[in-house]
Ligand binder design. Sequence first.
Ligand code: SAH
Length: 340
Amino acid sequence: MENIYNLTLSSLEEYFLTQGDKKFRAVQVFDWLYKKRITSFDEMVNIKKDLLEKIKQDFTLKNVVIEARQSDHDVEKFLFRLEDNEKVEAVLMLHDYGNSICVSSQVGCNMGCAFCESGRRKKVRNLKSGEMIEQILLVEEATKKKITHIVVMGIGEPFDNYDELVKFIELCNHPKALEIGSRHITVSTCGIVPKILAFAKLPYQVNLAISLHAPNDEIRCQLMPINKVYPVEKLMDAIREYLKMTNRRVSFEYILLDGVNDREIDAIALAKLLTGINGYVNLIPYNETNHLKWKRSSKIAIAKFYDTLKKNHTAVTIRREFGREISAACGQLRSEKEEK
Ligand code: SAH
């Protein structure tokens, strides 16, 4: 039995052909799954009985359930329980331009970033594309809100689960499935260089965000072990190549950590590093967690860092904060629940 949400339209078409049926059956089923949002296969009244029985033998429909919800006016956090009782999270954020969801791509994470709550738990397994899709379907069903934007920035490193990520993107984007514009989809990576180059070749105009967090190897190695494999210069080369191939713009996430990466010389070094790159910096006030020693930079330090980047001709925004009251930082809800 396979989760039916793991299947792209073409793989479902193939399934029906091998059943001796017609290709268009897949579009009918997709319509039930993604447009009518059935909760049981029996609702598919235009599928004849014996075929319906076969579908019920081969596929499962509901694999993920909502285990907990926490909300705070414009943000709501969801904890999901998977079939094997593992847990992941998603966050829904309400903006004036639409509703975005931050989805998880793995159970745990092997990247081991020093400041990150998710990385305290090693990767248990990759999520299947269907488990990523179900996060979106469940949140829409639970909140009756239409999701317009997707960011793959929850638990996990999406480029460490590349094939499932690509299927997920196809299902998000496909007009017969979720039909969310590729420019409304963003994938965030800690910087796995070969996958950045592969990603550039995909036929989707999906946005790329790079978790940079430091302007040089010295600081980045302290924060992100991946930097020992793909140091800053290699990462920047890959990004230059990506930009050449796609003509898009990348964003650089930069968490400001008190006394670690928030000094004026860091801002100047960052501006220099990004010279000539079509991108912008997204400054993130750090969400402190109980288990980790890092402190968020002061308001003044954040404002100064911002000004220094501006003065040095670097495009920059400060990320609006969501969910500080509800432990919405990556991995926090899951650790709270599991450590109780
Ligand atoms: N592995 C991917 C995506 C998941 S992390 C990546 O590294 O990009 C999503 C973003 O949240 C990353 O930029 C990560 O560095 C950041 N992040 C992790 N913990 C955080 C915290 N406590 N406060 C603010 N941002 C955090």
